[in-house]
Ligand binder design. Sequence first.
Ligand code: AIR
Length: 168
Amino acid sequence: MSKVMIILGSASDRNQMEPAIWQLTNTVETEVHIMSAHRTPEGLRELVMNSDADVFIAGAGMAAALPGSIAALTPRPVIGVPLSGSPMNGLDALLAIAQMPMGVPVATVAIDGARNAAILALEILGVKDDKAEDAIYKFREDLRRDAAEKDRLFIEHINGIKKERTRD
Ligand code: AIR
């Protein structure tokens, strides 16, 4: 079974990162840790160097060095999630995570885009892992069905307004 390691820069990142954990559970093995690139650099190094994860997801706010630090330690793909909550609303973390030097990329999702980070991880794993690929197909089908239902309900709502207007 494929494995994703999810690392949070702080316990205060929990609420923003939980959608990634939720999205991956039941499809791939997940391991979750809190580890700060700045506060616990040795612990981070040990964790990443000894990990057998196929893909890493790292969420951090402010001067978010976490995803880049992980990418420096492993050749496996790293997906970075810039987190809001700072006085700069996550723009600081977005730039810190996306602006990696040549040779050490981090795939950066939107500010607070933890769920997309998980979906991207499934897409990467889905190249070789049928369960991950099936989860993506199912997810896309759910999205399509949901959009079609919203379209239907909206048209119904607008037709109701039109009917009322013609009575006036
Ligand atoms: N952070 C923790 N170590 C380095 C950084 N950049 C980030 C966390 C969190 C923010 O700083 O990822 O988003 C505030 O962390 P805390 O622990 O002070 O609440």
